[in-house]
Ligand binder design. Structure first.
Ligand code: AMP
Length: 508
């Protein structure tokens, strides 16, 4: 099938041609013709399938007639995150370059003024995150009664982020007669209920199960201990990765994104961060730096990175195993796109094994392990209890070992140590002056870096507070008998005899 056969307008076809696309993707081939006829669409497709163009192209064709009125946008696209909203805006700029349409972006973290001015001028296309949209609506700055087409994108992510009540509210505020284009990578029951309530006789277009992972992605599991060990393992993996160009590193929590980012920078890696607590400008700057290749690593939370279209990502690292197995599919789908090959490595602690089981059953295959198993890993000092150090075995130790569930031979397989030259290759090597820098906070610039162990002990240590706390020895690491009272160190003035007055009659 060709784009000409889909029924798109000449202006849109020209823009598609300029983009270099020759053949519609399956979701485009299925969704565009009925969308042009004004039918509701239920598109089950994940990012990377070309779904943005699947709704953008027919919208552009349909918007060629008519014009917007002040405060009354004609079409509304809801996106779960600011980055996705900005990405859709870019698509409109690309595919709509032959149109004179007003496109407005309503996202949090940006001043109200400019956004209001655009809406006042009359927006043909309004791209918004639910919170900021309803904020505008509640302030009386926006009317939704002129909406002809409503797009709800990444609905399952909206569900994860608690936006479903907002979506329901928006669906009730827009005219009943609008066309709805609804996209979700998965169809959990809450999403099915939403589609039943708000879509009118939709055409269902399904391109691939969310559980499928591209065959172009090589998936690997790597056993690791706690967070501090994971950081070191990650550094080694990045240094030794073959065909490394760049990597997205996922953490489960925003706090850990910040910690890992600082740690990587401190170790001389060129890394950015992306999480929900960063302001919008910082988020966009980070993302741009990664897209342009100014940094080769970006540490992300799921929410911030969901659906981002960054072509040509060579590696994905799951610093934390995702607790929702579908997130695993989305995360690793950031690599191996457009037929390229990619590598997805997941750092696994013993406590993560239940999530690994869930992921493997979702994707329908076992993921290969690489490197030493849990048994062969050197135990981190802070987790060794005194009785273990003296050779004592805890009763459940054998059982805990079994949780690795890996054959002995596999457990022994060592990580391939890279050649010296390889180790240097994947990361952008900092210039000589920069190489001195990573540990510069709290000590003069340009000085010789202290050995790592010494640095961690230094009071002027550059490590963030949370990281320092993690390195604090645990209580049970203190050896020797417990100290009672002042122990042997009773000050001499307390040992002097004290003359007591005799008590008076009647006193107790
Ligand atoms: P999406 O799923 O919308 O995030 O799109 C994923 C990527 O596919 C984007 O980089 C698009 O530019 C690209 N793309 C969209 N449609 C086509 C097409 N028909 N042929 C080739 N690439 C496409």
């Amino acid at each position: 099938m060709t784009f000409e056969e889909l029924g798109l307008s000449q202006k849109v076809l020209q823009a598609v041609q300029t983009s270099g696309y020759t053949t519609p993707t399956p979701i485009q081939a299925q969704a565009i013709p009925p969308a042009l006829q004004g039918r509701d669409i239920l598109g089950i497709a994940q990012t990377g399938t070309g779904k943005t163009a699947a709704f953008t192209l027919p919208m552009l064709s349909r918007l060629e007639s008519g014009r917007a009125r002040a405060r009354m946008p004609r079409t509304l696209i809801l996106e779960p995150t600011r980055e996705l909203a900005a990405q859709v805006e870019e698509s409109f700029a690309k595919y709509g370059k032959n149109h004179r349409l007003n496109v407005a972006l309503l996202i949090g973290g940006v001043a109200f003024g400019d956004q209001e001015a655009k809406i006042m001028r009359g927006a043909d296309v309004l791209i918004a995150t639910p919170g900021r949209l309803l904020d505008f609506f509640d302030r009386g700055k926006l009317l939704l009664t002129g909406i002809e087409i409503l797009v709800i994108d990444e609905a399952d992510r909206m569900l994860d982020m608690g936006f479903i009540p907002d979506i329901e509210r928006v669906c009730k505020l827009v005219p009943f007669t609008r066309q709805t284009l609804f996209f979700s990578a998965t169809m959990p029951p809450e999403i099915t209920r939403l589609t039943e309530a708000f879509l009118h006789n939709p055409i269902r277009c399904e391109v691939s199960r969310a559980a499928t992972t591209a065959i172009t992605i090589r998936q690997i599991l790597i056993a690791s201990r706690g967070h501090a060990d994971k950081r070191e393992t990650l550094r080694n993996l990045i240094r030794s990765a073959e065909n490394f160009k760049n990597a997205i590193i996922f953490c489960n929590r925003k706090r850990d994104v910040a910690i890992l980012h600082r740690s990587l920078v401190k170790h001389g890696f060129s890394a950015g961060a992306l999480h929900g607590d960063m302001d919008q400008l910082a988020r966009m700057a980070s993302l741009d730096a990664f897209k342009n290749g100014d940094v080769s690593l970006i540490v992300c939370s799921d929410v911030a990175a969901r659906g981002l279209d960054i072509p040509d990502v060579s590696h994905v690292f799951n610093f934390d195993v995702p607790t929702h197995s579908e997130d695993y599919v989305h995360r690793i789908g950031r690599t191996g796109r457009a037929g390229r090959s990619g590598v997805a490595m997941t750092l696994v602690t013993e406590g993560d094994m239940k999530y690994i089981d869930q992921i493997q059953s979702l994707i329908g295959k076992a993921i290969d392990w690489e490197g030493p198993g849990f048994d062969a890993l050197p135990p981190p000092m802070e987790t060794i209890r005194p009785q273990e150090r003296r050779g004592g075995e805890r009763p459940d130790r054998g059982q805990r070992r079994d949780r690795g569930r890996r054959p002995a031979v596999e457990r022994e397989a060592p990580i391939r140590r890279p050649e010296a030259s390889e180790r240097e290759a994947p990361i952008r090597r900092p210039a000589a002056a920069e190489r001195e820098a990573p540990v510069s906070i709290g000590r003069p610039r340009g000085g010789r870096p202290k050995p790592e162990a010494e640095r961690f002990r230094s009071p002027a240590c550059a490590a963030p507070a949370a990281e320092r706390r993690e390195r604090q020895p645990r209580r049970y690491e203190d050896e020797g008998p417990p100290v009672v009272g002042l122990g042997d160190h009773v000050p001499s003035f307390l040992l002097r005899p004290v003359a007591l007055k005799p008590a008076k009659v009647g006193e107790e």
